[in-house]
Design a protein around this ligand. Structure first.
Ligand code: KG4
Ligand code: ZN
Length: 375
């Protein structure tokens, strides 16, 4: 961005609960450091300064939890404590910045594992206090919804978002930053959870979503056929727990048959992708949106991506994805959302904010959003 275009006027804001004004530059010059620690990924990113995403790092704890067959919350918290501080130093180094260049610290405040969230929140608040800059807790789901804005040709508001992660499956009408209307969601297992549980049945290591998808590539379509749940009902809700049961029943007698397992993986993936695509089509028709955003870890699924691109083509709708590493948990999406909200003058109250549950439709837009997003 041309320097001449950058506003250099200083704004003075009084963070709620703080008695001293923090001088900070106008939106385009903010450098925001973000920390993500809601589950089993420790992640740090720096966004802003007129350059968009400047540096980021993700450390996955998968190996730590794999032996237990799922995430162990206490182990996750301890590993975030071990990893986050050195990752922050590393990301600052990669961005060519020092602590003095950081104008705000944001962190994932929920939803997620409460202990893991508290580690990120505690570190973020401490750094913000030491560096005399504002801090702000960000909703993890908002991060996922905005992740496509990290890409070079970002979609513009409004859009329909299909958010499919390990903990959530929802169709969201996104009118703008903080304006989210949930059209439908899973009444039981999330799509990622259904992938992971079925993968476990098939004997695949945790987390099995991507492994099941890889196995499905070697399978034959049509040998097994699973139900497409909830399609007979109006509305946009999902239910995936029955698919796991269908997989369990179909597996009987084939426990040691690798070929049958691959065919079963393919049938499961086809049923899940089909169901997501059909409900998404309905939501596109109902809202009339011309842009579809696919976000969350399951958005990395190649077959789902292809199916929704095809749907977009059929309906003259633009389908926008973050790249796969911005579909799964990362701090870049938290940095982008945090940059937007900090630029608009939002601040945390005093104290440490962490919420295990934090529904997306509790969020509100910030006071103003001009200059909030960078290319
Ligand atoms: O968004 P995410 O990284 O974490 C949550 O916020 O939950 O999503 C993780 C989920 C896991 O259930 C994982 O198995 C699934 O996304 N996943 C996939 C693929 N890659 C990750 N599921 C299907 N196909 C994939 N390629
Ligand atoms: Zn996530």
């Amino acid at each position: 961005m041309l320097r001449a275009k950058i506003k250099v006027r200083l704004r003075y804001a009084y963070p709620k609960g703080c008695c001293r004004p923090y001088p900070y530059p106008a939106g385009e010059l903010l450098n925001v450091l973000a920390i993500e620690s809601s589950c089993d990924e420790s992640a740090v990113a720096i966004y802003g300064g007129g350059q968009g995403l400047r540096a980021q790092g993700v450390y996955s704890q998968i190996e730590l939890h794999a032996v237990w067959g799922g995430v162990v919350p206490e182990l996750a918290s301890r590993d975030h404590i071990r990893c986050l501080a050195p990752m922050i130093s590393q990301v600052l180094l990669e961005a060519g910045l020092s602590a003095a260049d950081i104008n705000g610290v944001v962190y994932t405040a929920g939803p997620g594992l409460i202990g893991a969230l508290l580690v990120g929140a505690g570190i973020a608040k401490s750094l913000a206090f030491a560096w005399k800059v504002p801090a702000l807790g960000i909703n993890h789901l908002e991060g996922h919804l905005l992740a496509p804005l990290l890409e070079a040709d970002p979609p513009s508001f409004p859009y329909l978002a299909l958010l499919v992660s390990g903990g959530h499956t929802m169709l969201v009408d996104v009118q703008g930053l903080g304006s989210y209307r949930i059209l439908g969601e899973s009444l039981d297992d999330a799509a990622g959870e259904a992938f992971d549980k079925t993968a476990k049945l098939l004997g695949l290591a945790y987390p099995g979503g991507a492994r099941l998808a890889a196995l499905a590539e070697t399978g034959v379509a049509g040998r097994f056929r699973f139900p497409r749940p909830m399609l007979d009902r109006p509305g946009f809700d999902f239910s995936f727990s029955g698919l796991k049961t269908a997989a369990l029943l179909a597996l009987r007698g084939h426990e040691d048959d690798l070929v049958a397992k691959a065919d079963l993986a393919r049938a499961f993936e086809d049923a899940l992708v089909d169901t997501l695509a059909i409900k998404t089509e309905r939501a596109l028709v109902a809202t009339g949106h011309k842009t579809l955003v696919v976000a969350g870890g399951v958005g990395a699924n190649v077959r789902l991506r292809a199916r929704l691109v095809e749907l977009g083509r059929k309906m003259a709708v633009r389908t926008a994805y973050p790249r796969p590493e911005f579909c799964t948990d990362n701090a870049a999406m938290i940095a982008l959302a945090g940059h937007a909200r900090l630029s608009a003058g939002e601040r945390d109250p005093i104290g440490v904010l962490a919420r295990a549950r934090w529904p997306l439709d509790d969020l509100v837009p910030p006071p103003s959003i001009s200059g909030a997003f960078e290319a």
